[in-house]
Design a protein around this ligand. Structure first.
Ligand SMILES: [Fe+2]
Length: 547
């Protein structure tokens, strides 16, 4: 076992700064670096195919910049470099997070026919006014060409969640500068803006959300990832989403392990569901919280037909909608029942941008991936099981997914690499004869087997920690109570506050689904945990039909 420190890491912030790091609203905006100057960039789409033209929209205080493009996979391969590209500073509307930046395209290039599917990292460098370089990073996806791809995996990046958490411009689906007092999150977020700092690249020592601390008795929790973000000038949400924190770790692992892996965005799944057709196995990883109805249709039909979905991800929570050809993502979330037009007369309430488990939608996440977000949620941070299990407690070690691991009943899978957290998906369940079974009202698909279950919490609750020192509080729990039972009463809160996170497996039609419902599964791949790698390979190998 890893010996954990008994003190929180400290990044040199004062107590006031630490509070601001967690409670405050700080974000990237044009002009934020003052006299030094800045360079920012976004592309017109999240993904392209070979032969497509990529339009880069750049705003820079320097008149020229240089640019490199690297394919960020099992190896880093430079595919493009150019210097002395002209740029200018472009005006940005105040509500750019929702409306888009509207910058003119500054530079266009074609995706080469020899650029394999994957993630491409763009680095723009220019001269700051103080003589030191200024830089920014962007990432775009090259999606695969159509056609049968035997033996290859299609990874679908959780781009809906990237977009939801992107802090650039001041508003996202969590916090924002919208509303009369400029203090509300935005139900509408635009793809037409740069990624926040830390979504594309991160140093290896950037903290992840789950605490790597043996928390001493009666300790007020701290949030190392947000303290580090403020101390180093990264996005407050760098550890919540993005290519760098999540999706890249699976992609890199898979290529280094010798798998052929292609990459698509969720926009591809939404607008071109046939992109799945060439593959025997589709993979979803990381923090994967926002889906559209159409994306679910695509995966459901694909599995029905005899293919396989492997989800190593957590927090299947919200239905979102895409508008303006995908340039806008809409999710009213906590305000859905009062503000989402889907609830108005003539609206289609099944498309409401609420929790998938809202009864009026009638399509709980479990119908696609076997687990539900409101039965799971927080583990390993804040006041939600900060001393919790770290790995998945295993109940059915004889299952094929665990072959070759040597794991036993009652073991924790991936505890050293901390794969369990920070948001997990679960089901209502009961224990009989020492084995977990979903309850009859859990929403579990027919034939679902629970392989592992850990505890999680939807409410921060301690008799010994004052409420003013809590960050997560009971807000999400009250919302879930109201969404599921119509009233955020104490009695309903009691029904929802104790959650869990599971690994499950079930057949569907002619196909099959495997789901390890935790955001942090990728931490096991990042930290090269042999058992986590073995389970991941067992799933992929079986679903590719090789073994
Ligand atoms: Fe989440």
């Amino acid at each position: 076992m890893i010996n954990l420190p008994t003190e929180f890491p400290d990044f040199g912030l004062t107590p006031e700064q630490r509070r601001h790091a967690v409670r405050g609203h700080y974000y990237e905006w044009p002009g934020m670096d003052g006299e030094r100057g800045e360079i920012w960039c976004y592309s017109d789409r999240f993904s392209y195919r070979a032969g497509d033209t990529v339009a880069l929209h750049v705003s820079s205080t320097a008149p020229t910049f240089s640019m490199t493009i690297i394919r960020d996979g099992g190896a880093e391969t430079k595919v493009f470099g150019k210097s002395a590209i002209a740029a200018r500073w472009q005006d940005t509307p105040d509500q750019c997070s929702a409306e888009g930046c509207g910058w003119e395209a500054s530079f266009e290039f074609r995706v080469g026919s020899d650029w394999p599917s994957g993630a491409y990292r763009v680095t723009l460098t220019a001269d700051g006014r103080d003589g030191k370089p200024i830089q920014s990073h962007h990432v775009f996806i090259v999606a695969p060409q159509p056609g049968r791809k035997p033996g290859r995996v299609l990874q679908v990046a959780a781009t809906g969640t990237w977009l939801a958490y992107n802090t650039w411009g001041g508003s996202n689906h969590y916090q924002g500068i919208t509303g009369p007092n400029r203090d509300q999150y935005s139900p509408i977020v635009s793809t037409q803006r740069p990624w926040c700092r830390g979504f594309v690249v991160l140093p290896n020592d950037a903290p992840r959300v789950p605490l790597e601390v043996a928390v001493p008795p009666k300790t007020v929790p701290r949030y190392p990832h947000m303290e580090w973000a403020l101390a180093t000038g990264h996005s407050k949400k760098y550890a919540s989403s993005g290519w760098a924190s999540y999706d890249s770790h699976f992609f890199r692992f898979a290529e280094q392990a010798g798998y052929g892996v292609d990459l698509a965005s969720q926009h591809d799944l939404h607008f071109s569901p046939e992109i799945l057709d060439g593959y025997d196995c589709a993979v979803f990883v990381g923090h994967d919280e926002y889906w559209t109805w159409e994306m679910r249709d695509a995966v459901d039909a694909y599995v029905e037909r005899g293919r396989h979905a492997a989800r190593f991800a957590g927090n299947f929570m919200w239905q979102a909608r895409l508008e303006d050809e995908g340039r806008r993502q809409v999710c009213y979330k906590y305000r859905a029942r009062s503000e989402d037009p889907a609830y108005l007369r003539g609206g289609d309430v099944t498309r409401a941008t609420n929790s998938w488990e809202a009864p009026e939608i009638g399509r709980p996440g479990s119908a696609t991936f076997g687990l539900n977000a409101t039965r799971g949620v927080y583990a390993g941070w804040g006041g939600c099981a900060p001393r919790g299990v770290r790995g998945f407690p295993v109940y059915r070690p004889e299952h094929w997914a665990f072959a070759g691991t040597g794991i036993y009943y009652g073991d924790l899978l991936g505890a050293d690499s901390h794969v369990y957290g920070y948001e997990v998906d679960g089901l209502d369940f009961e224990i009989r004869g020492g084995l977990p079974y979903p309850t009859a009202t859990s929403g579990a698909p027919e034939g679902l087997q629970v392989l592992a279950v850990g505890m999680a919490s939807q409410v921060e609750e301690s008799a010994d920690i004052p409420i003013e020192d809590q960050f997560l509080t009971d807000e999400d729990g009250r919302f879930t109570a109201e969404t599921l039972f119509g009233d955020p009463s104490d009695a309903n809160l009691e029904k929802v506050k104790r959650g869990n996170g599971m690994i499950v497996n079930f057949p569907r039609g002619k196909g099959e689904v495997f789901h390890a419902g935790s955001c942090e599964w990728v931490a096991g791949l990042l930290r090269q945990d042999p058992m986590v790698e073995r389970v991941t390979k067992n799933v992929i190998d079986r679903y590719l039909g090789g073994k």
